[in-house]
Design a protein around this ligand. Sequence first.
Ligand code: GLU
Length: 505
Amino acid sequence: MAQRKVRVRFAPSPTGALHIGGVRTALYNYLFAKQRGGDFLLRIEDTDSQRFVPGAEEYITESFRWLGIAFDEGVGVGGDYGPYRQSERKCIYREYVDRLLNAGLAYYAFDTPEELEDKRKETANFQYDASTRMQMRNSLTLPAEETKRLTANGEKYVVRIKIEPGEAIHVQDLIRGEVVINSSVLDDKVLFKAADQLPTYHLANIVDDHLMEITHVIRGEEWLPSAPLHVLLYRYFGWTDAMPQFAHLPLLLKPEGSGKLSKRDGDRLGFPVFPLEWKDPNTGEQSSGYRESGYLPEAVVNFLALSGWNPGDGREMMSTGEMIQLFNLEHCSKSGARFDYEKGKWFNHQYLVKKDNKELALLFLPVLEEHQTEAALDYVEKVVGLVKERVTFVKELWEQSSFFFIAPTGYDEKAVKKRWKGDSAAQLTELAEVLRAQVPFDAHSTEETVKAWIESKGYHLGNIMNAARLALVGESKGPHIFDITETIGKEETIKRIQQAITKLS
Ligand code: GLU
């Protein structure tokens, strides 16, 4: 068979905010497709109207827009295999249901919810399958006439797949190797519901994988139990040659390492488990997002890529291009991947520092505005360059740099006690004169002049520098003192020194 073009899909159901594990699934699909020159699709699996949540689809597309993960095809993009929203493909599925029914590979079932409930009460671990189906109300047990009458009446029926027991079903998984499942453990899944004339996830997912010519199904390991059904239905429909290859990704685990990562872990330990903020329209419950918490999208992408995969050479910082080149499913861990959110912060710091100062300044402008502060962009650029090493998030730049924008209005008491000595006022008065005469005022020249003056006078370097810092910053923090003087400029430097002398003497 000729090599098919790689086509992968991300197929979320719009049932709420997209969990960060789902984002990782999409990312791995994206990296895999891009590496192989393939297509990456977004298909919305919304056939379960009971679980549909308004806004969830927009949330999904907005999340990937923010993260810079682009789909080649699908909802919001278009393409030759559409529509890509399953609720808009309603008329496509009926044909496949009928094919199975006509071939005796599926059957009508009329059991009411009450009847099924009674059965479950009566039989422990009841499963609708070869061992029980002949005791139920379906087209296998009812006379043909009765089935005809019931379906013609529009009776609320479902269509179930007929699974023959005792067969070993082989699933080839690129991460797990060969997984063999005995068909006896599978139940006769509902494929179609007459009530809303819609297929269930099981049928729609598989039919669409075929119609959209999907070559690889890369998804979370919670979907592994659905894989045998994929294999069976492809066979029932005669599509075995086009069977996609599977890769079931490891679960994201709690930071402590065992158990599935949940929203509660995030609440408990203070980190988001969703890409964007989300307010559940039904419960009103609010959840934090990576975007609103101040994460940079490229940091989130790099961090997620390494939560369950590694390039094998210890590399951590990788551009999307590098990840595309290096990604491979064989290097995905089989066991779960611990969600190390501290590592996520580390990545954010790295990407923030790496950012061009101008870009970072632009991100910082809204924060300045929040603090009713305005400044020229090149000034802000210079400031962020001086303090960015000290922060993890853009928001924190303010705490580290507010004194570049606002002169101290008071002085930290402890610092004053420790740093403002008996002779500080006199020495800083002299320092102000030295600075007044200093031309040019760049950090390097000023530092040379000031140090020479201190030496010639026999003053204590540390004492003067500490007192000057207190005057300029208001407390004992901040970058190199002469970087501060250069940035705020001569007039402002002298003004702040004089103000400290007045206020602290
Ligand atoms: N709709 C399923 C989900 O919500 C798709 C699973 C799959 O990728 O096959 O994840």
